[in-house]
Ligand binder design. Sequence first.
Ligand code: GTP
Ligand code: MG
Length: 402
Amino acid sequence: MSENSSKSVALKDFFKRNVLINQIEEVLRFKPDTLIGVDKISSENLSNESINTIEELANLSVANLPEIKEILPSMLMKWVKIAQLIQKTIKEQLRRHKKLLMIGLDNGGKTSILAVVQDKFSIIKSLLPTRGVKREKLDFFGYPIISWDLGGQVQYREKLYFNRPELFFTEADIMLYVVDSQDPDRIPEAANYFREVLKVLQELHELPSVMIVLSKSDQDIRKALQWQQNVTSIKNKFNSIAKEFEGFSVDYCDTTIFQRETIMHMFSEALKKVSDTSEIIEHILEEFTHQVEAKASSLVSMDGLIFGSYTGSDTDEMLVNNTALLLQTLSNFYNSIGLIREKTIKLELPLNGFTICGEKLFEYSELQIPVFLWMLSENPELLDGRLDYFREQLLPLINLFL
Ligand SMILES: Nc1nc2c(ncn2[C@@H]2O[C@H](COP(=O)(O)OP(=O)(O)OP(=O)(O)O)[C@@H](O)[C@H]2O)c(=O)[nH]1
Ligand SMILES: [Mg+2]
């Protein structure tokens, strides 16, 4: 069971049995009488004092509780403390996830992009316009993200998001603003919506990093003059809008769902803006380590630079990194006396039941320094076929972060 799900079970313990928790963010908007011990009448009395949600209950000060009809102060104190505990737990859980907002006009390609990232190619054909907001956990090679896909149809743009902006636009880390690069007629509308969005972000004092995604930049139309004019026109308009607001700088990336790498590249660029790159490499290593049931992994250059490592225990980390550095020194020595560098370096310790194995993955910098992926494993045979997968699928991604 993941840490996440075990935490949400604990959260459930505060609530009455019939209360369903689908999305943890929603919990703070539950009515107080969803909590064990809070009856309907008390909840109504709280509501009369404008305390309608768990969040509003949590925001009361324990030191200065209001007097509320028919509720004992000691009881109220207990509820407030529970609500505060819930709020804290939820914030901690959410903090580990980056909040990604996908915004833009209807038909722009937002949901399709999210489908491609998750390898759900088959659903793209049958996608319907997104109704309201669709939130989901997105696993970008182990990097935890919650995506908020804000359906772009006019009724949501006009009626929903801007009426309660704090529900949608707060605490976002990244905003991907998706513009259809093949639809020049709607550029002004897309630009106006962008301005509205920046306006509410500014009012809420939110400053997510912003990436303008030029979607539908399909390979066959990129050479067309019309497409190039569209891109120039979008960039001119959006740059000048961003200048109207303080603190927002925008970057551009073009994507097409027909080339997954354009979408992965765009995501990598967006993540780079909000996260330490070694943290992302570590997530990628973590995912791979679990896949091959290894105990530790590390990406180490021949000159001893550790790009990132993943281990479950300190001893394993010491084992893998120290072994890597020593064996690499040995390999350098062999190399200096004229031996050809081996592609794989292995240390087998059968009595201890594990193997440490390093495989050259690529070379970095103009000096072409080899970089090895090191794994500590009790089942080294599981590594055999999988390193090719790592090389093909994950390496291009790691390269984006180096
Ligand atoms: N040619 C081309 N079409 C695309 C691309 N991405 C999406 N589309 C098409 O554009 C249409 C709209 O895509 P969606 O992903 O549903 O758009 P959306 O932005 O989520 O729209 P709303 O949910 O209404 O806001 C679909 O018919 C997709 O197949 C692309 O890269 N190239
Ligand atoms: Mg959609």
